[in-house]
Design a protein. Sequence first.
Length: 240
Amino acid sequence: MQIKRFERKEEVALHAAELILNTVAERPDAVLGLATGSTPIGIYEKMVESYRRRSLSFRSVTTFNLDEYAGLPASHEQSYASYMTRHLFGHTDFDPSRTHIPNGDADDPAAECAAYDELLRKHPIDLQLLGLGHNGHIGFNEPGSALAGGTHVVELKLATREANARFFTAPSKVPARAITMGIGSILKSRAILLVVTGPDKAEIVRESLAGPITTACPASLLQTHANVTVLLDRDAGRKL
Ligand code: GLP
């Protein structure tokens, strides 16, 4: 695990964007695993700026998003599908037929999960971008006694719903369930880029990267992967 520290979150975002853009420059048909939440917003901003400045194209890149709320149509402004359009896809030349996000509104969620896993098997992820939840979740893989390997439906923890309530008109509007890629799928990525900023994440960064490997902290499983790069700002890294 390679840990890189930066002073400010803007530097973290710039470095993360550069790593992603270098992957695409080296391999225009790269497969990227993408994340949502507030942390990647700065990274996507830098990717959009670069796309506008350089003659870089995302047309042949395939993407898989980690997760999506269950029960929200893609058109809902807080769906992760809307987020991706707003922050990245809507400002670049990503080919919509190559960008994948679980359909949270699927009539048959189990079939949706199986279809997503099938696509992931056909397109192994070269670089997976991850944020970190306050309770150690990655994607929406919540702490528990066991972790699922493949894409599955999860009940969101109260703490997760509260943390995400800021994006909704009321805490009660945050969906109770989500579809997420499993830990097994995440760990199959060739390379993983974990990005964490802010003082409120300092303790969970320490637990995830220096604590025991346990399903009680899903991000701790990243310690078992051979190619993880962690980018931290000063605040997030201060207990490490
Ligand atoms: C969300 C997402 C995760 C994200 C995490 C942290 O609920 N499902 O993929 O990494 O929580 O989000 P933030 O970056 O806003 O702290």
